[in-house]
Design a protein around this ligand. Sequence first.
Ligand SMILES: [Zn+2]
Length: 428
Amino acid sequence: MNSMLGRRVFEAGAKVRNPTLFQQYDYLKSTEWLSRAELETIQLASAEKFLRFCGEHSPYYQQVFRATGFDPSRFSRAADLSVLPEMDKATLIRENSAIHTSGLNEKLRLAETSGTSGEALAFYRNERWDSAIRAALMRSYDWYDVKPWDKNGYLWGYNIGASQAKKVALLDGIQNRFRLFRYSESEIRRFCHRLQSSSFISGYSSMIYEVAKCVNELELGPLPLKMVKGTSEMILDAYHPESRAAFGKNITSEYGAAEAGLIAFECPYGGIHVNIENVLLEQSNDGELLVTNLLSYSFPVIRYRLGDMVTLSDETCRCGRNHPVLKNILGRKGANVVGDQQTYPALTFYYVFKNLALEKNILLNYKAVQHTQGKVKIFIEGKTNQQYQKDIELQLQRYFGDDIDFSTLYIDRFVNEMKKKQYFETSL
Ligand SMILES: [Zn+2]
């Protein structure tokens, strides 16, 4: 589908599904270059309006506001929220019906998300909320001269049966996208052929990396893409060089979640800009991010713990936008690594390999596995390299001391799993 037809199909779909989409997009374009102070004023005003609504229309928050003495009409700064309880997915599931609001005169759509722990969260999302996410994405795509209706490649870990395949193909067709179903040379060749006339690619960053590697090995690149968008997982430093060689671009970070909305998007200068018109972020005492989604009128998400370790930064971005930036999206804290004496967060491996990249310019794709206390196997993609080995051991020593016995195994390449990647796996 060419871009003009793509746009027409997109607009027709939006008319039915997201009637406020373009209006919200225009609004976000009008606030794009405001000063930080102006943006914060907008954010606080919209937070106050949202919190007032919750206090009147959500049975759960009526009770919580009463119990904590929180008065939304006196809300004037983010810190005022600190009297409210932090929420997690389990609470959103347990208190589901009481959290839902009534009296909202908008179309609702059921949204579902599954957690790593397996329990699914279902909730109703109002039209403005749904459209706001899409509008914010559209604004971010503009930074790359990309439109959502442009032809695009999609990497997503679905196991699709024959009956579902037709439905998926139809939905993909409407969205002007095509996907890779299998990692075979012929499939990847076909996929790349279609990418030639595409504007962008998106998917789990580890999958983008795997496909990029194949593209480079088969010498099919560089393909002239405008944007390479990685979602839903940590982007390793080792991924960028392969992505640049295959698609001409680093992997751009999109950060969000179904219940939290679009939180941030990386600009071409590398600043991961918070979508401050629509979300309010706090950092909890233990470094985790708390998200308040200012558009979640149907199902208020307030001070929600996504489980990600993120640093809020005060730096300004070279692109000139004053939306605050996030540093170090470290993903889930993850399971613990168990040593003989103590335990360590799985994220420690992130620091080990980040240091190798920053200090030694060693970019590695890795995976750590633990089956026995005090012992961890680290698999590294590539050929055995004695110099790397020395540096890896030094870094591991720095964080784990002698508490864990590490063995490093170099393997030619990781198995392509077509799903979200876990950097640390444990059976303890
Ligand atoms: Zn920027």
